[in-house]
Design a binder for this molecule. Structure first.
Ligand SMILES: [Zn+2]
Ligand SMILES: [Zn+2]
Length: 351
């Protein structure tokens, strides 16, 4: 099979490797789609070294078809189309958080028997834990199913920081996490979703795809003033920060959030954040981090996202802007890395 091997930074090579064999409780999947996530780009940009030894495989937003079953797997059949939950979110299964269904905050998250677990979507085949597979109907494309990882992150953020009736939700950022979150919030009945971005094109996609009602483009407007003017001077009931990186956007989020409101942090920051604690105290803000997803009150958040997609409450099509085969994975990463030039929102690799 062909697989992409990551040697660090921009050095990605497609090599021929034997297809892996599924063990007990595992399934071999023929991967059909895998999204290039912002977190995939941290190492590519040299911002954060990976903890894996080079070369490593990656691709955690994936979907495909069952190719072979390991021993003891029931309820799945060869050829079945499946959405797949990422392996780096597997918990140890023994700690108090795993017992509570909160495997995304397990202290040993992504480790099993001392071995780091990860999904290899940028590969023609991947072995997956059978419990992580969710059958999909023919109405759901592989590309759309591969976006469920993003939608599940949105479901988790909305569960942790629900938008109260009549309150405005503001989303900082206009990438795939922002778009999928906006669609989840609107599917859940948010009255007003305002998206803030730096370029007009993705903001137009946000409105057209149902991810936002209103937008603020930083090319011509101040973000905090823009939010205040759209909310009768009050600010957002909940501000969702989805950018992270080297920005200082938690402080800006606090500035545009109303008194008694919530800042929900989905972005992964690579620098420490400063916040005006006097302002935060005056407004009595709540700041809640939202890390990936797992379950909420016993219900899988990935399945919640899948059910919303099945009911046509989400609109993944316009979010997926680019497609590349596995041989062109370097081009896929380049397009995802420089979105201003490529116009990409979510780049799909179809291996
Ligand atoms: Zn991701
Ligand atoms: Zn655990």
């Amino acid at each position: 099979m062909k697989t992409a091997l990551f040697y660090g930074g921009r050095d990605i090579r497609v090599e021929e490797r034997p297809a892996p064999e599924p063990g007990a409780g595992e399934v071999l999947v023929r991967v059909r789609a895998a999204g290039v996530c912002g977190s995939d780009l941290h190492n590519y940009r040299g911002h954060r070294p990976t903890s894996s030894a080079a070369p490593w495989q990656q691709g955690h937003e994936l979907a495909g078809e069952v190719a072979a079953l390991g021993s003891g797997v029931s309820g799945l059949s060869v050829g079945q189309r499946v959405a797949i939950e990422a392996e780096h979110l597997l918990g140890c299964g023994r700690c108090r958080w795993c017992a509570d269904g909160q495997n995304h905050i397990c202290p040993e998250r992504g480790m099993r028997n001392g071995v780091k677990q990860s999904s290899h979507g940028f590969s023609q085949y991947d072995v997956c834990v059978a419990n992580n597979l969710h059958p999909i109907t023919d109405a759901i494309t592989f590309d759309h199913a591969a976006l469920l990882d993003c939608y599940a992150c949105g479901v988790h953020a909305a569960n942790r920081s629900p938008v109260p009736d009549g309150g405005a939700a503001v989303i900082i950022g206009a990438g795939a996490i922002a778009m999928t979150l906006g669609q989840v919030l609107r599917a859940r009945g948010a009255d007003q979703v305002v998206m803030i971005g730096t370029r007009p094109e993705p903001l137009e996609t946000a409105v057209k795809s149902g991810a936002a009602d209103r937008t603020i483009c930083l090319a011509g407007q101040d973000a905090v003033e823009g939010v205040l003017s759209l909310t009768d001077g009050d600010g957002a009931a909940v501000t969702f920060e989805t950018v992270g990186g080297r920005s200082q956007l938690i402080s800006q989020a606090a500035g545009m959030t109303r008194r008694g409101g919530t800042v929900s942090v989905l972005g992964l920051f690579t620098v420490p954040q400063e916040i005006d604690s006097g302002l935060a105290m005056q407004k009595e803000l709540t700041v809640r981090w939202s890390n990936s997803f797992s379950s909420w009150r016993g219900q899988s958040e990935f399945v919640t996202a899948l059910r919303l997609m099945e009911k046509n409450r989400l609109n993944p099509g316009p979010i997926i802007t680019h497609h590349f085969g596995i041989d062109d994975i370097g081009k896929a990463f380049a397009a995802a890395d420089d979105k201003a030039t490529s116009g990409a929102i979510r780049v799909m690799v179809n291996p």
